[in-house]
Design a protein around this ligand. Structure first.
Ligand code: ADP
Ligand code: MG
Length: 237
């Protein structure tokens, strides 16, 4: 019974790509630090969701990924947990400036949700998270960025504004997440997204998540991801 249930859960997420790491069944299999395991159980997360089972080993291996899954499937932790690992792996964390992880989301509300989730996992590691979206004072954000951070969670428009104000550089950014890419396009943010991607070093790791994959998003993915693995959950895509 148990095994059948496990098997069904795996099948709920499909993967395509070459040399793809095997999915895992528990957070324990991820090789996370005791601190991160503690943070995960503090959230009440007992088992990884199907997209997490498939994408965590892929992202932890350093591969680019296209994740196609509906709202509520647990995409945030799928990109935040490996981001914490990625940042903790950096030598001399506090020496250089600018974020290591950059997360773009289409709306203020979404960016705020991601910000809250990211902080839960970042805090105990001493990783600083800045939220950049409308409705907050640009001056306050400028000051916060000048004080330093390892992760920014931003809407494309506000991130561009901050880059123009030279509030931050993305010279050390190596982990880029584009969340809800289809909505980003629907809202007309394609030029901003392209501008942001163009300012991040090409040897970065890039993760693109979307509920649907219209042709325009597919084209962007082809242009900005390197040899990505595609993970599809449920009937979408
Ligand atoms: P999505 O981005 O796919 O819409 P979210 O990342 O917002 O989904 O997650 C949806 C909900 O599921 C959130 O309330 C989140 O805290 C919860 N969640 C995520 N991963 C797990 C897990 N492994 N176990 C239990 N709950 C989870
Ligand atoms: Mg989401």
């Amino acid at each position: 019974e148990q095994e059948v249930a496990e098997y069904r859960k795996m099948l709920a997420a499909r993967v395509s790509g070459f040399d793809v790491p095997r999915p895992l069944k528990t957070f324990k299999d991820c090789g996370f630090s005791p601190q991160l395991m503690h943070d995960i159980s503090k959230q009440g997360y007992e088992q990884p969701t199907p997209i997490q089972c498939q994408s965590l080993p892929i992202v932890l291996s350093g591969r680019d990924i296209i994740g196609i899954a509906k709202t509520g499937s647990g995409k945030t932790a799928a990109f935040v947990l490996p981001m914490i690992v990625h940042i903790m792996d950096q030598p001399e964390l506090k020496k250089e400036e600018g974020p290591i992880g950059v997360i773009c989301a289409p709306t203020r509300e979404l960016a705020h949700q991601i910000y809250l989730e990211t902080k839960k996992f970042a805090k105990a590691h001493g990783i600083r998270v800045s939220a950049l979206y409308g409705g907050m004072s640009k001056l306050d954000q400028f000051k916060e960025l000048k004080a330093g951070c390892e992760i920014v969670v931003a809407t494309p428009g506000r991130l561009i504004d901050m880059l123009k104000m030279k509030a931050l550089t993305m010279l050390r950014a190596t982990y880029l997440v584009l969340d809800e890419a289809d909505r980003m396009f629907d809202l007309g943010f394609e030029p901003q997204v392209r501008s942001i991607v163009g300012q991040i070093r090409p040897d970065r790791q890039t993760l693109l998540f979307s509920a649907t994959m219209p042709r325009k998003v597919e084209k962007l993915a082809r242009e900005i991801l390197a040899d990505p693995v595609r993970v599809t959950v449920g009937e979408v895509g």
